[in-house]
Design a binder for this molecule. Structure first.
Ligand code: HSE
Length: 298
């Protein structure tokens, strides 16, 4: 018995929601094949597209799958094949896609004994291996789809948020790698109250805008006063890319996850494509190699 699945790329943080907000992309992601086999345990049989560890304990999909199997009494095992299309270290949830995909498919092959929040908990073990911290803001949207909020980590409480139907994401990935662990290392652990006030105002505004499908409000709320000022220095030409995106009609623009990818949200595909051209023009001018994606948020 086997399942072939699409494991979506995701944008974590979404500007104002560091470690709590995330969204899933519709057409960017990995393909995975998960097979139920007689041999117990988890075997990563093949990874195409990227050079990643095959040993189960060193592989994010392997670790997440083992976390799930530890809570079952199955006397069979699973093989995992991954066609890796998301580049590791790009900031669009590469490790999360593999972790989430593995647990989602295994749960399905087992007859769905676990709910989505359980699956987030297992997939977080993959994130712990990849980044040292078990954050859930990429694995949650990869598993639930659309926008998600990690309302609380302890106890784990994941909320699926309404996702307006005309919301599109543009993502540009300058071809450098930023390790999430490095991008977390440079963050301050204390924040001034005046910045916190602005930030939680935006989180509330964004959630409200998503439910009422008020694109203007979504746009006004897409600002990050806490993380972006620190991390943006790691990203080539961040300010010009952001300014050009906003001028091209984006609702908002910020760092995708821990970077270096930059994302923008737009109302409608046409605007999202214009934003892609605007972002590209900056990197063309300064001679930075890039990948660019335009996707519905779904
Ligand atoms: N919330 C995490 C961070 C996401 O920004 O470090 C990593 O992709």
């Amino acid at each position: 018995e086997e399942l072939k699945i699409f494991a979506p790329a995701t944008i974590a943080n979404v500007s104002c929601g560091f470690d709590v907000l995330g969204l899933a992309l519709d057409n960017v992601g990995d393909e995975m094949l998960i097979r139920k086999v007689a041999k117990k345990g988890v075997t990563i049989t093949k990874i195409i597209g990227q050079d990643l560890p095959l040993e189960t304990h060193n592989n994010v999909a392997g670790v997440a799958a083992l976390a799930l199997l530890a809570e079952t009494e199955s006397d069979f095992g699973f093989e995992i094949e991954i066609d890796k299309r998301i580049k590791p270290g790009s900031g669009i949830g590469s490790s999360a896609a593999s972790s989430a995909g593995a647990v989602w498919a295994i749960n399905k092959l087992l007859g769905n004994p676990f709910n989505s929040t359980d699956l987030v908990r297992f997939a977080m073990e993959g994130e712990r291996l990849a980044t040292g911290v078990a954050h859930a803001d990429n694995v949650a949207p990869a598993l639930f789809g659309g926008f998600t909020l990690v309302r609380s980590y302890n106890p784990l409480d994941i909320i699926s948020i309404n996702t307006p139907s005309k919301l599109y994401a543009t993502v540009i990935h300058p071809q450098i790698e930023v390790k999430t662990s490095d991008a977390r290392e440079i963050l301050k652990t204390n924040i001034p109250l005046k910045d916190a006030i602005k930030q939680w105002g935006n989180v509330g505004g964004l959630i409200s805008g998503l439910y009422t499908e008020d694109y203007e409000l979504i746009g006004r709320s897409l600002e990050d006063y806490i993380i972006e000022p620190i991390r943006s220095i790691l990203i080539p030409a961040f300010d010009p890319v952001k300014n050009k995106s906003l001028n091209a009609g984006a609702l908002g623009c910020g760092i995708s996850g821990s970077g270096p990818s930059i994302f923008a949200l737009s109302k409608g595909k046409e605007t999202a494509l214009k934003v892609a051209e605007a972002m590209k023009s900056v990197y063309e001018k300064v001679g930075i190699e890039y990948d660019v994606h335009v996707s519905k948020v779904n």
